[in-house]
Design a protein around this ligand. Structure first.
Ligand code: NAD
Length: 323
């Protein structure tokens, strides 16, 4: 196992916490985990790694975070589900400071590899108007018309990674994540995403005996959801690959939000009356990941069945809520 220092930025968050755990499982020991949150708010924290609380929007904090490092995963961003990103566009755009200062620090240190977590929110909105969406391929990001705020920041930061590679030789790699879900993530408070929010609402209905659920939008919106284990595998494979352009990392198992609710109801063993809130933030009408490129490069695509991943997610949230 290489002894080079690996830095995980955003390690107190959902994906970052799982990534540190996975790196430890593989035998890596020289890990630095960084997040702005106080330690007691991290989803997962491991005493055997160096844990730092830093605001990575600042340049000096980024220099401190990346000192002596060889590998950097930038998973730090001020983000959340649709309810958060539609109402906090400026906050989302400020994450540009994180990636900018991390890239500058990475250049100073001369890191070997730099991973940036982009998003399917970079894709042109015109291609996502129909629930029967044609899966999004990488070239669909241009001409640019991404999700306002959050998506523009991601697209700009992708571009910055590209030019730091071309002009300064930093080996940047970029994945466009499509909806990642799993245990040890946000399920309440306003930043949660659809899979966790639906689990929480179904559990609330089950525990309270009030057999109703509010669904954002008309339930016909389509999406695909990637289980965290696929995300970790793909992230590390992309970091270690020669894939220079941003690439989709998402499941191609597309469902409607109604079908996602069906799955959670089945796991919970309950049937609920559905109320549709058409005024709630609901995002684009349809979105799915075209996995032609990732299959070509890696001979693999995210493949953990939604039902299986949702069961694990539901069980974790249920335990949290009844603890
Ligand atoms: P998360 O919110 O759970 O984790 C992000 C972490 O970044 C948080 O712990 C937060 O405290 C930290 N952070 C925010 N501002 C910071 C700052 N100034 N300094 C240091 N840390 C800071 O989100 P996640 O789901 O783990 O997402 C990780 C990355 O993947 C993000 O860049 C996100 O945009 C991207 N992404 C996630 C999804 C998804 O479905 N989860 C989809 C597309 C892209």
């Amino acid at each position: 196992m290489s002894s080079e220092k690996i830095v995980v930025c955003g390690a107190g968050g959902f994906i970052g916490g799982h990534l540190v755990s996975d790196l430890l499982r593989q035998g890596h020991r020289n890990i630095r985990a960084v997040d702005i949150k106080p330690f007691d708010e991290w989803f997962q924290r491991f005493p055997e790694v160096e844990n730092l609380q830093l605001d990575l929007q600042g340049k000096q904090a980024c220099q401190k975070a990346l000192a002596d490092s060889a590998i950097v995963y930038n998973l730090a961003a001020d983000m959340g589900g649709m309810g958060f990103i539609e109402n906090n566009k400026a906050l989302c755009m400020l994450s540009v400071l994180i990636n900018t200062h991390l890239l500058m620090a990475a250049r100073e240190v001369g890191v070997k590899r730099y991973f940036y977590a982009s998003s399917a929110c970079v894709y042109n909105a015109d291609k996502q108007k129909d629930p029967n969406v044609t899966a999004l391929k990488e070239s669909d990001a241009y001409p640019a018309m991404p999700e306002d705020g959050y998506g523009w920041e991601k697209l700009f930061s992708e571009r910055m990674c590209r030019h730091f590679r071309e002009d300064f030789g930093i080996q940047t790699r970029v994945a466009r994540y499509h909806n990642v879900y799993g245990p040890h993530g946000t399920y309440e408070g306003g930043r949660e995403k659809a899979p966790a929010a639906i689990c929480r609402k179904v559990i609330e209905a089950k525990l309270s005996g009030k057999h109703e659920i509010e669904i954002w939008g008309d339930g016909h919106q389509t999406r695909s959801f990637m289980y965290i284990d696929d995300c970790l595998k793909g992230t590390q494979a992309i970091l270690n690959s020669d894939i220079l352009e941003p690439i989709n990392l998402g499941s191609s198992e597309m469902v409607t939000i109604n079908q996602l609710v069906d799955i959670v109801e089945e796991i919970a063993g309950i049937k609920l009356t559905r109320r549709y809130n058409l005024n709630a933030p609901k995002g684009v009408n349809g979105r799915n990941s075209d996995n032609t490129l990732i299959k070509q490069y890696l001979g693999w695509e995210p493949n953990i069945p939604l039902r299986e991943g949702m069961r694990k997610t539901y069980e974790w949230i249920y335990k949290e809520m009844t603890a």
